[in-house]
Write a protein that binds this ligand. Structure first.
Ligand code: ADP
Length: 264
């Protein structure tokens, strides 16, 4: 049985303890985001991240062709290479794959992203974001069977060969589902779902399937995507999902022991 570990890339995430904790394992896929590096490299290239508000009031990052280029440089380039090198330092042989490699993450391009600009709703026709529809699980199984750990991140590819940006938490959910993983661990810069986003002591330790909808309104912004990813994974047959902190000495083992928000 495999586990899928997703490590966050926003400010405040720790990578070293996660890689050290995984040193003794070969039964995992590591999924990564990297929003801090996307922002940083975008700034350096004179392409700062831009945000838009949808008609329903949700704020999202613009995913136009210029931004997608930054995503490829930052995620498939820098972040993934650093993680593979970090695992090598722990004696773990790993291969970095974006969703484009080997058609690993087959996505559908999102149609009709809309933004409210100056009081008017406009269609973002150059939006290059998508939703993962299928994971080429054979490729992951070949690697895992050979004792090689797959390190997976955005972007993904469409049927017609277009490269699109995808949400890394949802990638992790789909990979866990495709591998029928026993657990999905979403490591982030907070201890889990918090009743008060700025108060780490307000952790929600456990969410049963039946209570899921009542907890969803607590989660704002990116945490909401994690809860939705957790639900998607559970519905896809994953045993349990833990949203937990990437900091601390043994973040993966702690999460598997139940430290964080356990959704099952
Ligand atoms: P990552 O890069 O680790 O995936 P994100 O920044 O995408 O991290 O998501 C985690 C963030 O979600 C937290 O830092 C916090 O600001 C935000 N958040 C919003 N609502 C909540 C909540 N109820 N509990 C915890 N975090 C929340």
């Amino acid at each position: 049985m495999t586990i899928v570990v997703k490590v966050g890339g926003a400010a405040g995430n720790a990578l070293a303890p996660v890689l050290a904790d995984l040193a003794g394992r070969r039964d995992f896929v590591l999924v990564h985001g990297g929003s801090r590096e996307v922002d940083r490299i975008g700034e350096q290239l004179g392409r700062p991240s831009e945000y838009y508000t949808s008609p329903s009031g949700v704020v999202s990052r613009r995913s136009d062709p210029g931004h997608l280029e930054v995503v490829v440089l930052a995620l498939a380039g820098k972040v993934q290479t650093e993680i593979v090198a970090g695992l090598a330092q722990q004696g773990v042989r790993a291969v970095g794959l974006s969703g484009v490699d080997g058609g690993l993450l087959l996505a559908r391009r999102k149609e009709g992203a809309r933004a409210v600009v100056g009081g008017r709703t406009v269609r973002l026709s150059d939006d290059l974001s998508g939703t993962v529809e299928r994971v080429n699980v054979d490729l992951l199984r070949v690697l895992l069977g050979a004792g090689i750990v797959p390190v997976v991140g955005p972007p993904a590819i469409t049927k017609s060969g277009e490269v699109v940006n995808v949400d890394a938490d949802r990638v992790a959910a789909r990979v866990a589902e495709a591998l029928s993983s026993e657990a999905l661990v979403l490591l982030t810069n907070v201890p889990g779902l918090l009743r008060e986003p700025n108060d780490p002591s307000s952790l929600v330790p456990h969410i049963a399937r039946s209570e899921f909808d009542s907890f969803l309104p607590l989660a704002q912004g990116r945490m909401r995507k994690k809860l939705l990813a957790a639900r998607e994974a559970l519905e896809g047959g994953v045993g349990k999902v833990v949203i937990a902190s990437s900091a601390g000495p043994h973040p993966v083992e702690a999460a598997l022991r139940g430290e964080g928000t356990v959704v099952e």
